[in-house]
Design a protein around this ligand. Structure first.
Ligand code: FES
Length: 129
């Protein structure tokens, strides 16, 4: 029922953990199943130089977190923010229909982490004038 890629990322998750000095943190949860995912970003010169995730969830949620980190690491923000739920699922060779919602968590948490980064940036920007 799961592709080999899903099983691989579930058993050997990439970039699991957290970044103590993250520039942006995003969290997404699924109220139906109760699963929750947190994404930590380190950004330098508009580039995602590091990313980690912590996911309390099903195998598909863990696999989608893991593949998402691989898809966006090293990319520019402009490139990485184009990532969609569908792209995450496709990178895993697809997910069973009843598990498609699990891929939403990864993309949503990532976009929230980017939004948090932007918010932090605007707060720490030097006052103009
Ligand atoms: Fe909840 Fe997969 S069942 S994210």
């Amino acid at each position: 029922m799961y592709t080999e890629a899903v099983m691989d990322h579930f058993f050997n998750p990439r970039n699991a953990g957290e970044l103590a000095d993250a520039d942006g943190v995003g969290e997404a949860g699924n109220p139906v199943c109760g699963d929750i995912m947190r994404i930590y970003l380190k950004i330098e010169d508009d580039k995602i130089v590091d990313i980690k995730f912590k996911t309390f969830g099903c195998g598909a949620a863990i696999a989608t977190s893991s593949i998402l980190t691989e898809l966006v690491k090293g990319k520019s923000i402009a490139e990485a923010e184009k990532i969609t739920n569908r792209a995450v699922a496709e990178a895993l060779g697809g997910l069973p229909p009843q598990k498609m919602h699990c891929s939403n968590l990864a993309a949503d948490a990532f976009h929230k982490a980017l939004a948090a980064y932007r918010q932090n940036q605007s707060k720490s920007a030097p006052a103009v004038g």
